[in-house]
Design a protein around this ligand. Structure first.
Ligand code: SF4
Ligand code: SF4
Length: 314
């Protein structure tokens, strides 16, 4: 797979998963985090799989379903069926157009829709409500996802408007984007929270679906441009926690001219259920979150090779 090519054309409308106010783990201070929908990678451990597709997606929460059948008749595409009396409905996702009719019909909220279209102006109105908190905490706005660089025109527009309001801007990215997209967004970004998942390209392809060559090139370019960078390493047992993986990361970071912080983000399984709600298979059902000792040892191995302070958690 080559570098994902987003559209840099300025766009006032974006595909948005969520907006989180008063976030404290997405950059400095108190922040509003805007989660954009759509990502070119397919990380096996993804915590937000409902953010991977740009289009809206239906989630089904079986634990809330009372098998009332209201969704069956609500669906204009005949995508929902019940095979036995009193059974929970089944959805043929190939026929689902994410119209939302079944969501509206489902009183217990067993059906929800991930993703909506929002304008830059609409988001700014929400952001403006918290300017006081940004000022007092030296916080700001973070674009996360999904992958903000997958909607570069929209992301650049929103970041530019934040900057005009003197609001600090951060972008949480996987770095898999073409040069045009990266340059367009970087122009309006004060800080990058940059995910590095694996230095071994073959393993990177295996676990994320893409090469890491463009990701590492983009990181080198941002660093050479003197951009503020916090590197984030998701620590996934059995995937990227070997001594070699950790030392490779440390040595790579040590060669970058500008890195402000290195954060280890220990694996947790919060995304596993969401894969099920989306009707998808979770690829890491047997992975157990790392314990405190494993996390500390990993941080120490990276620190020794990188000669940089390493913190745990975002
Ligand atoms: S409308 Fe909701 S609660 Fe009723 S059967 Fe459909 S999913 Fe279940
Ligand atoms: S979102 Fe629309 S098309 Fe999809 S299952 Fe529900 S009613 Fe049918």
């Amino acid at each position: 797979m080559g570098a994902y090519s987003g559209t840099v054309t300025a766009s006032g409308v974006g595909s948005i998963l969520d907006v989180k106010r008063f976030a404290i783990h997405d950059g400095p201070g108190v922040r509003t985090t805007v989660f954009l929908k759509g990502c070119p990678l397919r990380c096996a451990w993804c915590h937000n799989p409902e953010s991977q597709e740009t289009r809206p997606e239906l989630l089904f929460w079986s634990e809330r379903c009372i098998a009332c059948g209201a969704c069956v008749s609500a669906c204009p595409n005949g995508a929902i069926s019940v095979t036995a009396s009193g059974a929970m409905p089944e959805t043929d996702r190939a026929r689902c157009t994410a119209c939302g009719a079944c969501v509206a019909a489902c009183v217990p909220r067993a059906r929800t829709m991930a993703g909506t279209k929002r304008t830059v102006g609409d988001l700014l109105a929400e952001i403006d409500r918290d300017v006081l908190f940004y000022d007092q905490s030296r916080g700001g706005v973070t674009l996360s996802g999904g992958e903000p660089l997958a909607q570069p025109g929209f992301a650049a527009d929103l970041l530019r408007e934040c900057r005009l309001r003197r609001v600090h801007t951060a972008v949480d990215t996987c770095g898999f984007a073409d040069e045009e997209a990266l340059v367009a967004v970087a122009e309006h970004t004060d800080l990058f929270l940059y995910d590095v998942k694996l230095l071994d390209d073959e393993k990177h392809r295996q676990w994320t679906g893409a090469s890491n060559a463009t990701i590492l090139d983009n990181l080198r370019w941002l660093s050479s441009e003197g951009k503020r960078l916090w590197i984030r390493y998701p620590l996934i047992p059995g995937v990227n926690d070997s001594t070699r993986d950790l030392e490779d990361l440390g040595r790579f970071v040590a060669r970058l001219p500008e890195v402000e912080a290195l954060q280890v983000l220990p694996y947790h399984a919060s995304g596993a259920r969401k894969f099920v709600h989306l009707g998808r298979r979770y690829a890491l059902p047997d992975v157990v979150p790392p314990g405190p000792e494993a996390i500390l040892n990993a941080a120490a191995a990276i620190r020794a090779a990188a000669s940089l302070p390493v913190t745990i958690g975002g």
